[in-house]
Write a protein of this length. Sequence first.
Length: 262
Amino acid sequence: MRPLALSRRASIFYPMGYLGVEALTQARNVWLLYCYAPPAGADRVALLRLSTISIILFAGKLLEAFDDTLIGWWSDRSGGRLGRRIPFVLAGTPLMALFGFLLFVPPAHSGGVVTALYLFLILELFYLSATFASAPYDALLPEIASTDAERVDLSARRVYFGVVGAAVGMVGSGLLVARFGFGVMAAVMALLAFASRYLGLFGVWRPARRSAASSQVGLRASIQLMLQNRELLRFMASFVLFQAALTMLIGLLPYYVGGILR
């Protein structure tokens, strides 16, 4: 069967699904450290030490590496009348928004141990639900765009909307925190992520339902194939290092700006 051309609606709505998720991601990157461990002289009480938060973030990302693999493999093998991607995005998106909000509303007057456990649990649930909402959504791109030209165009549009979302998350979140506090900021970003991802899914609903047939490759075989792809391994190494450095830099911005303003 000859693949259908990418519709104009899909080419517009699909990349819109990245705007809100990127806003929520960057808002979290900017403010999570500051929310739990503000510097001396800030108008907030420190809930945890920076070293404790660093351990929690590292452990969370380490565990996320495993659930990313499992959810990606599960999505590849799934099937049904909604296709193999839609059910994951439908289920994961509202949970991602919920846990993204809960990250910024820690329990009050609960002590360091309870706060640390709360942060670890909510962070893990956020990572897990974000993988459900994002990994299968990412995998839709080569399935709904059948030609190289369509894929390049769709990837470019995705970057454009991602940049807008990053600006909203990094700049808009600061305005909301200054005016209303962390809870309102997190609620706004979570609602934006929820709305944009569902809007993007709506735009590709029909082509996503007829996505590629389920994969029959086992989990071990899938991992072996990945490890044999030298180009992919080189890309992954550079990508991980770049993302780690960028996230650390973004997380330090509120401290740096606060120090200058003081």
